[in-house]
Design a protein around this ligand. Structure first.
Ligand SMILES: NC(=O)C1=CN([C@@H]2O[C@H](COP(=O)(O)OP(=O)(O)OC[C@H]3O[C@@H](n4cnc5c(N)ncnc54)[C@H](O)[C@@H]3O)[C@@H](O)[C@H]2O)C=CC1
Ligand SMILES: O=C(O)C1=N[C@H](C(=O)O)C[C@H](O)C1
Length: 269
């Protein structure tokens, strides 16, 4: 029988790390060959399966990625921007397919992912779900059809532990809207209004972020004109959704040439 390709999970004890571990085991497509956590994590030395309530898997959580990378074909990485770019350099040396779900990336982080993508497959997206990627395409199409009399606002809601805003998904949606409208996203972007802000500037793209409780992830794209409004909405209710997309990306990446890809490439959208 053919051996299953090895996969490493970084941020293994995090919300997404655990969702990924459960799904890898349930799908049986990959074999988990490494579970990596940050130095000082309480999860170090524990069995990944026991940590996720799956029973012993024989994979001990460690802060040393290299032995695991040597046995793997793919890495799924939902950690922090600094950690993801450090893993990208190591994953490129080991020629792993690197699926990066981490959000809050600045241009300098993207540059480092681009460098890694000269040597290996790097698939990065602010949201791995089919629904959000379809919504992104729809947002671009609608923005193409409407002129600047239609104000564009993006509202997102997430759990109380989320550390970055606007969410990676909100930025994906805003960038698609800007592309559709043919404008520079970074110049059009307005985040978090407060105080006497003055009237809304025509042509801007506004972002609002709600944080509370255990909200998995909700996004509205609002096109507002005089007398009418279009609202596109995506609601995620289970992190398994993102894990499913990430594992689909990892499997897809095994057959690709080195380069930088996103979920649109994986899903053929
Ligand atoms: N693209 C997508 O579809 C999705 C992206 N995300 C993003 O994924 C990231 C993680 O989200 P959560 O799992 O909710 O966060 P979390 O805080 O529950 O998990 C992150 C884990 O990474 C670990 N970590 C941090 N630095 C590390 C390092 N140097 N080495 C190894 N492990 C390290 C932390 O200890 C933690 O366990 C965030 O940026 C979030 O926005 C989350 C869900 C879906
Ligand atoms: O931090 C999260 O939880 C999520 N992060 C991603 C984002 O920033 O858009 C994706 C999803 O919304 C959940």
């Amino acid at each position: 029988m053919m051996e299953k390709p090895g996969i490493v999970i970084t941020g293994a004890s995090g919300r997404m790390g655990q969702a990924l571990a459960k799904l890898v085991v349930a799908q049986g497509r990959f074999q988990i060959v490494g579970a990596i956590e940050r130095e000082g994590s309480a999860a170090l030395g524990r069995d990944l399966g026991a940590l996720c309530g799956l029973g012993e898997l024989g994979v001990t959580v460690t802060d040393d990625p290299l032995p695991a990378f040597a046995k793997a074909r793919a890495l799924v990485d939902f950690t922090s921007p600094a950690a993801s770019v450090a893993f990208a350099a190591l994953a490129a040396q080991a020629r792993l397919v690197h699926v990066v779900g981490t959000t809050g990336m600045e241009p300098e982080h993207h540059r480092k992912l681009d460098l890694a993508a000269h040597h290996a497959v790097v698939i990065q997206a602010g949201n791995m779900s089919l629904g959000v990627n379809l919504l992104t395409r729809l947002t671009q199409k609608i923005a193409e059809a409407l002129d600047a009399d239609w104000d564009i606002e993006i509202v997102e809601a997430h759990h109380r532990m989320k550390v970055d805003a606007p969410s990676g998904t909100a930025l994906m949606l805003g960038e698609a809207a800007a592309k559709g409208r043919g404008i520079d996203h970074d110049k059009a972007r307005v985040s978090g209004r407060d105080g006497i802000t003055g009237a809304r500037e025509k042509g801007t793209i506004g972002y609002s972020a709600i944080r509370g409780g255990d909200i998995v992830g909700e996004h509205d794209v609002i096109f507002a004109a005089d007398g009418e409004r279009i609202i596109l909405r995506h609601i995620a209710t289970d992190r398994a959704l993102f894990a499913r997309g990430a594992l689909k990306a990892a499997a897809w990446g095994l057959d690709q040439k080195p380069g930088r890809y996103d979920m649109m490439d994986v899903l053929g959208l």
